[in-house]
Design a protein around this ligand. Structure first.
Ligand SMILES: Cc1ncc(COP(=O)(O)O)c(C=O)c1O
Length: 373
């Protein structure tokens, strides 16, 4: 059933439509001026040396790991409470994902659990800024430095978030962004890797484009690579979306504030924090934790009957059949992840969600929860 109030919705204005249409009037549909412009704006926004646009966030994670030389026999530490692409990319380079527990407030890597998981084979920490909340970057960076590990940020859900005033994506050796249509800014499909080292950026560009160096013939390949290019149409869309980001992020912050007020009186419901010390949040999704015993599937079904979509963000990786089959690694203790994950519910959340729609969602949720009580 298509929901009347969707979980997410892209925010495309006439400016995006004009920019994409203009590309169609040129001979450049790939590897043209829009790519260069989008990349330089992304790098400037994040205050990093360079940005390399790719065809998805998943492709970005894959190339980031390759560019750092991570492969077979290496361990990469990441949270279990995340999107499956994060672990898949580690498996794709034949490295071993080592899943660890999260912090109950930020839902990000628990630095103590990361430290505990470091072994002689650890090569990298993959810090995901889940739901747009920055991870504890000072401690994670310090851990990476002390143990000579690479630090990769997955800022796919957190464009524009800040930790201690510094923008997410500017801490790691490399950082990945994702622009799927449910994200704060979208290119349809797409992603990018932020790089501080020009050598990394050059390697990423080569890997993205079938192993070609920029100065060699189209049929010469310096190394094996991929087609992870992002089209000029997508880059034009992303460039305009990024230009609007200072309008987009406040809209999402205001929508989160409205939910917070509307849901304050629902007994047993835990709302996400609006403010956290040392952090500026970039609202990706609005995820509540249902009261114990509310029955998430029943609540979801009740809302859907009223045309309201919801999501189970996230199903822990270590409980996925695909993950269980693919690794022999010790699964450790995930009691916190499990106790949180089975109660989470993402509510409809997008730039243009109206106060009326949010009231409808809040009323339906209150009603569904009270039926279980
Ligand atoms: C944290 C995180 N990493 C990576 C991805 C993958 O991005 P994409 O769907 O663009 O491949 C996503 C979601 O889409 C994500 O939420």
């Amino acid at each position: 059933m298509t929901a009347r109030i969707p979980l997410s919705a892209p925010d495309i204005t006439s400016a995006e439509i004009a920019a994409v249409t203009a590309v169609l009037r040129t001979p450049h549909l790939s590897l043209g001026p829009e790519l260069a412009a989008f990349e330089s704006k992304l790098a400037a926004y994040h205050r990093v040396e360079d940005a390399v646009a790719v065809s998805s966030g998943t492709a970005g994670l894959h190339l980031a790991l390759l560019a750092l030389g991570i492969g077979e026999g290496d361990e990469v530490i990441l949270p279990s409470f995340t999107f499956v692409a994060v672990v898949n990319s580690v498996l794709q380079v034949r490295a071993t994902p080592v899943l660890v527990e999260i912090d109950p407030v930020t839902l990000n890597l628990d630095p103590a659990a990361v430290e505990h998981a470091i072994s002689p084979r650890t090569r990298a920490i993959l810090a995901v800024h889940t739901f747009g909340i920055p991870a504890q970057m000072d401690v994670l960076k310090d851990l990476a430095n002390r143990h000579h590990l690479a630090l990769i940020e997955d800022a796919s859900e957190a464009i524009g978030a800040r930790f201690d005033g510094r923008i997410a994506g500017s801490f790691g050796d490399l950082a990945v962004l994702g622009f799927y249509p449910n994200k704060q800014i979208t290119t349809g499909e797409g992603g990018a890797i932020l790089a501080r080292d020009p050598a990394h950026a050059a390697r990423l560009r080569r890997l993205r484009n079938q192993g070609r160096d920029s100065n060699i013939d189209w049929l010469d390949h310096a190394e094996p690579g991929y087609n992870y290019r992002l089209s000029e149409l997508a880059c034009a869309l992303g460039r305009v979306q990024l230009r609007r980001i200072d309008e987009i992020l406040p809209l999402r912050r205001q929508a989160a504030g409205r939910y917070d007020a509307l849901l304050a009186d629902v007994p047993g419901l835990e709302r996400p924090p609006l403010l956290l010390p040392r952090r500026e949040l970039s609202w990706f999704v609005y995820v509540v934790r249902l009261p114990e015993g509310a029955g998430r599937e029943r609540v979801q079904a009740a809302l859907l009957r009223q045309g309201i979509a919801t999501g189970r963000y996230f199903a822990p990786i270590h409980l996925q059949p695909a993950w269980r089959a693919s690794s022999a690694a010790d699964l450790g203790d995930f009691s916190l992840t499990e106790s949180i994950a089975w109660r989470t519910l993402a509510l409809p959340f997008f730039n243009r969600i109206t106060p009326g729609q949010q009231r409808e969602v809040a009323d339906a949720l209150r009603e569904a929860i009270s039926c279980a009580a």
